[in-house]
Each structure stands twice: as structure tokens, then as C-alpha cells.
Write a protein that binds this ligand. Structure first.
Ligand code: KG4
Ligand code: ZN
Length: 340
């Protein structure tokens, strides 16, 4: 039985896992707190984590029906992420581990995302054996990463964004359109009734052979488009078409580059996670591309797409049970930790 904490950005999350099963996975989102600033304010996030952690930890233990003494180890996200936010969860976990005299495990946030697509069922359970090798797409408000997972624990980053992350692109374009933060889910909803071919926006780096992404040019192109069509925002139908067209550009780039990498590397599986993987058009088009190409596509369930401690606990327990050494109880945060 392990307790895991995740506080790398603006979700305070605690989970209890046992033998590959997620017994509880509580997430307290700060999205409303940061909405008025149009983005995550690191200092506010850290303070909110400190306020929320005791409640979220207690609720996770209660939901799992576990007494603190039954915990065998404690884990937390060590990086990458916002320094002050990471510090809150890491120090809380290390303190619990110290008091209970249990091992502590510091987990790489993106490595946990790589395996989150394999947590499913009721209670959710991770199926590690079935999925390697694969190409894994991680897309959130902070990251756009394409990773080749050769075997469990061995991966290579193929590409990442050279500027804005895909979620950031959704959010910034939404802001230009006057949509609330975070705009991704609003664009998803509005796009449902829009025409994705109404407006032709650039598909940045789509034609280039490498695996990197770029989304700031798309944002700039929408900015100029809105400047040149000031009346458009007042027309509800046009707003839906605009959302659908923007979404189509982002989704096409993500799907095409992921599938191309999978084909080039000859892997039979694609996995995906991160907040943007909640996007319905992206889920649908990744799945369709997989069927076309005869590549198995495993998408994280929405509750494991966004940042959550369940994925941290699943990976930590895997390490713990395989006898790998824990992390030092006074290990520091690693805000810039690269996925090796
Ligand atoms: O993984 P996440 O919860 O937090 C981090 O950024 O680490 O991802 C949040 C991002 C935001 O940019 C949000 O707009 C985007 O995921 N997002 C979506 C959808 N749901 C969340 N983007 C497009 N469509 C969605 N349905
Ligand atoms: Zn994340």
C-alpha cells in the first residue's frame, strides 16, 4: 500500500495504490483560483497546495480504507514543475515517510504520464506488460512531448515543442476570443457544432520530418485573423466555426506527427495522456488513425489524463515492488528534470 502526492502545477492530488490498483485518487483543482489571472500563478498555487494537502491526504486514506500505519512507502512528484508547487507536495510526502519510517520515492511527472494510459477498469489497475514498445504523446498546458518507450523504464524523447505547448495554444487562442481560462474544454465544446474547414489556419511543422512541435505561429495567425475580422466574435456560428478550425489545426499536427513517429519506429502501439487528451476530436482522430494504420491506440481515461497522484503512485509502486532503491528522504525538488 502506497500513498502518493502530486503538486507539480495547479492540482493538489493524493492517491492510495495497492498491487497495481488505484484505491483512491483525489484531485483538488485550483483552476477557479487562477482563472482571474488567465494562467497559473506559482506562489498562489504553492500556498493553495499547503492549504489543501491535509484534507486531500485524509480523504484519500479514508476512501481507500487505509490507516497511515498500513502504508509501506510514500511517493511524490519530484519534478519537473513549478518549484514552489513541487516543494509543497515533496516535503509533505517526505515528512509522512519520515514519521512512519517508510521509504520515500521521488517520481518524474512525465514518466508517470507515460504509464497513465494503462490505468483502467474498476478499481483502476495498470497493465504494464501489454504496451511496450510504444510511442507516447504527452500534451498538457505546460508540455508537448513525443516519447519512444522502448521497454518499461527505458525511453527516449523524440520531440517536444519549441515554443508554446498545445494546451497553452488552446488557452491563449481562447483568451483572444474572450473565452474563460482554461479555454481548451470550451473550444472542445464550441467546436462540436462548428465547421473545421471554415477557416484555414497553419499546421505548424506538419511537413517537417523531425518530431518537434511549434504552436505559437498558429496563435499569431488567429490573432491577426481576429484583428482583421472584428465582427466575427459577435456571431455565435462563426465562433463555433473558428473553434472547430483552430482545433482541427492542432489535432491534425498532433495526430499526424505521432502516427508518423510510430510508423517510422515500427511500434505497434501509441499511448497518450495529459490534459489535452481530454479533447474529444483528438481522442476520436487518434483512435481512427490507429485503426487505419493497424496501430493499437491507448488513451488515458480523462481522470488519469489531467495531473493526478494515481499515476505517480502506480509508477512508484512498480519501482518499490521491484526492489529498486528509494529516493533520499531529504532529496530536493528537480523543477527542470529532463526525461532521460
Ligand atoms: O494536464 P493538465 O490538467 O495540466 C497541466 O497543464 O499540467 O492540462 C491542462 C491543459 C489546459 O491547457 C487545458 O486547456 C487543456 O489541458 N485541456 C483541453 C481539454 N481539457 C483540458 N484542451 C482541449 N480540449 C479539452 N477538452
Ligand atoms: Zn502533467
Amino acid at each position: 500500500m502506497l500513498l502518493a502526492l502530486e503538486t507539480s502545477c495547479d492540482e493538489t492530488s493524493a492517491a492510495v495504490v495497492d498491487h497495481g490498483r488505484v484505491l483512491a485518487n483525489l484531485v483538488s483543482s485550483q483552476v477557479r483560483l487562477h482563472a482571474e489571472y488567465g494562467g497559473v500563478v506559482p506562489e498562489l498555487a504553492a500556498r493553495e497546495h499547503l492549504r489543501n494537502l491535509p484534507t486531500v491526504v485524509q480523504a484519500a486514506l479514508r476512501e481507500a480504507g487505509v490507516a497511515p500505519g498500513a502504508l509501506e512507502a510514500v511517493a511524490a512528484t519530484q519534478g519537473p514543475g513549478l518549484p514552489s508547487a513541487l516543494l509543497a507536495g515533496l516535503k509533505a510526502a517526505q515528512t509522512v515517510a519520515f514519521v512512519l519510517r517508510r521509504p520515500f520515492l521521488g517520481i518524474h511527472h512525465h514518466e508517470a504520464h507515460l504509464y497513465s494510459a494503462w490505468i483502467c477498469g474498476q478499481p483502476p489497475r495498470a497493465d504494464f506488460a501489454a504496451f511496450v514498445p510504444n510511442v507516447s504523446l504527452i500534451v498538457s498546458g505546460g508540455h508537448t512531448l513525443l516519447v519512444h518507450v522502448q521497454r518499461e523504464g527505458t525511453h527516449r524523447v523524440l520531440g517536444s515543442t519549441v515554443d508554446d505547448a498545445a494546451g497553452e495554444c488552446f488557452d491563449k487562442i481562447g483568451k483572444l476570443m474572450g473565452l474563460p481560462y482554461p479555454a481548451g474544454p470550451h473550444i472542445d465544446r464550441l467546436a462540436e457544432r462548428g465547421n473545421p474547414r471554415a477557416f484555414d489556419f497553419p499546421r505548424p511543422m506538419l511537413a517537417e520530418a523531425h518530431d518537434d512541435f511549434s504552436f505559437s505561429g498558429l496563435k499569431t495567425s488567429v490573432r491577426y485573423f481576429l484583428r482583421d475580422h472584428p465582427a466575427l466574435s459577435a456571431d455565435a456560428g462563426c465562433v463555433k466555426d473558428l473553434c472547430a478550425s483552430v482545433q482541427a489545426a492542432i489535432v491534425e499536427v498532433l495526430v499526424a506527427k505521432t502516427v508518423r513517429a510510430a510508423r517510422r519506429l515500427g511500434v505497434g502501439c501509441i499511448t497518450a495522456s495529459g490534459g489535452v487528451i481530454c479533447n474529444r476530436a483528438l481522442r476520436q482522430q487518434l483512435t481512427a488513425a490507429g485503426q487505419r494504420e493497424r496501430i493499437l491506440v491507448r488513451l488515458a481515461e480523462p481522470s488519469f489524463c489531467t495531473d493526478n497522484a494515481g499515476m505517480i503512485g502506480i509508477l512508484a509502486e512498480r519501482r518499490f515492488r521491484s526492489g529498486q532503491a528509494g529516493t533520499s528522504i531529504d532529496a530536493d525538488i528537480l523543477p527542470q528534470w529532463e526525461l532521460a
